[in-house]
Design a protein around this ligand. Structure first.
Ligand code: PLP
Length: 494
């Protein structure tokens, strides 16, 4: 039960709804737009409404409640100063349809954010339009498609992805009409250049790669991979979901990529969960810039200093051969501004963010691996690399084989200890996978406690672990039964 529409307050509680037609409406509202019956608003008085939402909030687990090691999703603390900035009246009271001269400050922020993202990814032009990583992928692959058509290479109909790729990569390529060619990773979890060499051809439109990849491992041969794809006439697409591991250290431009998406909600700052709200800007090298979704923020020198006072007038620009809009208005302005505030606060020190994210991941991995040896003598790691970047994967297969406890059981038991579960069963090339991303905002004490609790779970009576969680508000449900015959009950009314 999660919806106020499902909540049924006391009879007669709530607002008295106005009649469907108010006096004088017939003069101002055309017949086709008038209501014929009352809207079906939820029934709740103010105290009931407050209790409903407070009750819901108490059942939520979030980064503000505890450690949230959800690999790949980068759930880290969002500094509250960002909220203050995004709530300034000059920002939160403006409307996307306001004329440019009234929103020069916002345009200047957008322009600056584009520039900062261009610098940190080694790209030539950024648009802030897409509102999710997945939407950024789609938009950038569409740009590549239009570019190929323009240069007479429109026959290229295949996109290569490694088998460790996030599901959105093949999905985005398929949505653009491409055939997806999956190539296997090497036994060390890294790109296999022989497999890549065998897959590329004059029908290759692009290759999509995450680096560090979804096992948290940096691809040392990425430049060679880019050479192979470019030599065949394809484009290199960088999935920037793991950018928080390398920011300030290297950049996708240097690795040979032509296009990239950023997940502002992961790398920078934006409270998110359950798929959003996000922001997935894309950056491209100059040969793809004309195709970017519109608008991009731009500026020109102006007499008299301009409204912002730095000598520029800012405006929205539609790139010459733009693929169009992928999102209404100008993207997720709130996420852009929070991330801009974060970026401005840290500046060049942002590379410390990546350093701490990587340090925390390696420290936690080391603590778990070290302790686990004595518990079940299991090679927990799904990948043999001895150093990871910002996240790492553990395979629970040995535990499952030894005592019948699966990755899912461990994930559920962690809830009893007050943690959010790590990412489960992704990437799919690691059997019984748990993927852990501690992020840079957690302290050594939190990591030590998590490692200790994790190891305790591995040594627990399997009966306890396989029936977990025991202490949460909702216990382990029979998933099949819950899917087939769901019974919902709201404790405030029943
Ligand atoms: C590696 C990777 N690529 C792409 C995405 C898609 O990003 P978004 O969730 O913002 O659409 C994710 C999201 O988890 C991801 O982990």
């Amino acid at each position: 039960m999660s919806d106020i529409y499902e909540f049924n307050g006391a009879a007669g509680s709530g607002w008295s709804q106005p009649p469907p037609m108010f006096e004088g409406a017939e003069k101002t509202i055309p017949i086709s737009l008038r209501r014929s019956k009352l809207p079906e608003w939820p029934r709740a008085s103010e105290p009931e409404l407050v209790r409903h939402y407070t009750w819901l909030s108490q059942r939520n687990f979030g980064i503000d409640t505890g450690f949230y090691p959800l690999g790949s999703c980068t759930m880290k603390h969002n500094p509250r100063v960002n909220e203050r900035i995004v709530n300034l009246p000059g920002i939160d009271r403006i409307h996307p349809l306001q004329p440019e001269h009234q929103i020069q400050g916002l345009l200047a922020i957008f322009f600056e954010m584009q520039e900062m993202l261009e610098i940190c990814a080694g790209m030539d032009q950024v648009t802030l339009q897409p509102v999710a990583g997945a939407q950024g992928e789609f938009a950038a692959i569409r740009c590549i498609q239009e570019y190929h058509r323009d240069i007479g290479e429109g026959h290229r109909d295949k996109v290569i992805v490694p088998d460790s790729a996030h599901g959105t990569n093949p999905a985005s390529a398929a949505m653009c009409g491409y055939e997806v060619i999956e190539i296997p990773s090497g036994s060390d979890g890294r790109l296999d250049l022989d497999a890549l060499g065998a897959a590329v051809g004059d029908d290759t439109a692009a290759m999509m790669v995450t680096n560090p990849n979804t096992l948290g491992i940096f691809e040392p041969e990425i430049a060679q991979a880019a050479e192979i794809v470019h030599a065949a006439g394809g484009q290199m697409y960088y999935d920037g979901a793991n950018f928080n591991a390398i920011l300030g250290k290297t950049d996708p431009g240097r690795m040979g990529f032509d296009a990239v998406h950023y997940n502002l909600h992961k790398t920078f700052s934006q409270p998110h969960g359950g798929g959003g709200p996000g922001s997935g800007p894309i950056g491209v090298k100059s040969h793809l810039a004309a195709y970017l979704p519109a608008p991009v923020a731009d500026r020109e020198e102006t007499e008299g200093g301009g409204i912002v006072g730095n000598g520029f007038r800012y405006f929205w620009r539609t790139p010459e051969k733009s693929i169009g809009k992928v999102q209404q208005w100008h993207g997720n302005a709130g996420a852009v501004i929070r991330s801009w505030a974060f970026y401005r606060r840290y500046g060049r020190e942002l590379e410390k963010m990546s350093e701490h994210a990587v340090l925390n991941a390696n420290y936690l991995r080391h603590r778990i691996m070290q302790g686990a040896e004595g518990v079940h003598a299991m090679p927990l790691d799904g990948a043999p690399a001895d150093v990871v970047k910002h996240e790492f994967t553990l395979s629970m297969t040995p535990l499952k084989d030894a005592v019948g406890v699966s990755g899912k059981d461990v994930a559920k038991r962690l809830l009893d200890y007050g943690y959010m579960s790590p990412t489960l069963y992704f990437p799919m090339i690691v059997p019984e996978c748990l993927m852990i991303e501690p992020t840079e905002t957690e302290s050594k004490e939190v990591l030590d406690k998590f490692a200790k609790d994790f190891l305790t779970i591995l040594a627990e009576d399997p009966e306890i672990v396989t029936t977990a969680p025991h202490d949460t508000k909702v216990r382990r449900v029979d998933e099949v039964l819950a899917a087939r015959s769901l019974v919902l009950r709201h404790p405030l009314t029943d």
